[in-house]
Ligand binder design. Sequence first.
Ligand SMILES: [Zn+2]
Length: 193
Amino acid sequence: MNTLEYNLKYAVSMANYIHGKIKYEEQLIPIDLEDILKYRQDITVVKQDLLGLDGFSMHDRDSKKYVVAIDNVNFDLTRQRFTLAHELGHVFLKHHTKNKNLNAYIKEKSADAFAGELLMPKDIMYKTAKFLANYILNAYEISYTAYEMRRRFLNKMYDFDNVIENEKILTFEDVIEYTKHSSLLNKYNLEKV
Ligand SMILES: [Zn+2]
């Protein structure tokens, strides 16, 4: 395994580790990044016009705190969401501290891999793979570009398209179980129709 592959796999396992740490309802899609931030009081998110720069993150060595800035003026919400997840990748993968000497390309690709796995967990992606793009984009609250990039990544790393051929085809009702809609249905004890 080369350095890039190693770091991509590490990024994916870090996102899985976070999924494992948050509550069950929080693991359902769409993932709410606030649910992760509330466990990390050392990260402050600032949303402002960055004049078309998606976002960035910084670490203060003295206070050991992070600031993540997101452009909330020039990009739509799904892109802002992916950008925030990407910047959280830099934080969780310690790109400002322990791993700051990694090369820039590997850092960026790893942060993307982290964001992809965080917002579009591989296991759920297999189950939604056969649904229409419109449904999928809404279910994960992601952009079409992010979804396409994610599929390409999964194909390269995990032979995604061949695996989904072997997966059981889930019904719409089955897939609901993996979404935050399911807790709403349970709360009101509604019949799924
Ligand atoms: Zn980055």
